[in-house]
Design a protein around this ligand. Structure first.
Ligand SMILES: CC(C)(COP(=O)(O)OP(=O)(O)OC[C@H]1O[C@@H](n2cnc3c(N)ncnc32)[C@H](O)[C@@H]1OP(=O)(O)O)[C@@H](O)C(=O)NCCC(=O)NCCS
Length: 136
C-alpha cells in the first residue's frame, strides 16, 4: 500500500522483540550484508482462525525477479505448515503481475475481489484476495 518504508530500525527492532513467536514469523533475506527482502506471517490468534495465516512481503527493487521472493515465501509456507496452519491468505492489487505470478506458481488461488480498494494515479484498482489451502 505504501511506496516508502517509513519506520525506524528502533521501531522495527521493538516490534521483533515484542512479537509473539508462536503466532508471528518475520523473515529477512540478506545478500552480502544487505537486507534485500522481508516478509511477515501472522497466524490467527483465536481458536476459530488459528488455522489461517496472512502475510505481506517485499523485495528491494533492484533485487526483484531473482528468486528471492520465492525463497522467502517457500520458507514462510514451511513455517505455516509446521505450526498447523491450513490456509495462508493475502491481498494483492490486480495490477501487480509479478506478485500474482509468484503466488499462483506456489499454488495460491483467487478467492475474492474487492473493487477499487486503491486509487492509483486517479484510477481505481481492485484488490484480489488469494489463498493457499493445505489438504493434508
Ligand atoms: C512481489 C515480490 C515480493 C516478488 O519478489 P521477487 O523476488 O521479485 O520474486 P521472484 O523473483 O521469486 O519471482 C518473480 C516471478 O515473477 C515473474 N515476473 C517478473 N515480472 C513479471 C511480470 N511483469 N508479470 C508476470 N510475471 C513476472 C518472474 O519471471 C518470476 O517468475 P518465475 O520464477 O516463474 O520466472 C517483489 O517483486 C516485490 O517486492 N514487489 C513490490 C512489493 C510487493 O508487491 N509486495 C507484494 C504485495 S502483495
Amino acid at each position: 500500500m505504501t511506496d516508502k518504508f517509513t519506520r525506524s530500525s528502533e521501531e522495527v527492532g521493538k516490534q521483533f522483540e515484542e512479537a509473539d513467536r508462536s503466532h508471528v514469523l518475520w523473515l529477512v533475506a540478506e545478500l552480502e550484508g544487505l537486507l534485500v527482502g522481508s516478509a511477515d506471517f501472522q497466524r490467527g490468534r483465536h481458536a476459530k482462525n488459528s488455522h489461517t495465516a496472512e502475510f505481506g512481503m517485499a523485495v528491494r527493487q533492484e533485487y526483484r525477479g531473482l528468486g528471492i521472493g520465492e525463497a522467502i515465501l517457500r520458507a514462510g509456507i514451511e513455517w505455516c505448515r509446521s505450526v498447523g496452519v491450513r490456509k495462508i491468505k493475502l491481498g494483492v492489487f490486480v495490477t501487480n503481475n509479478r506478485a500474482i505470478h509468484l503466488y499462483s506458481k506456489l499454488g495460491f488461488v483467487e478467492e475474492a475481489r474487492l473493487r477499487g480498494e486503491a486509487i492509483i494515479g486517479g484510477t481505481p484498482v481492485d484488490e484480489i484476495l488469494m489463498a493457499l489451502w493445505f489438504q493434508d
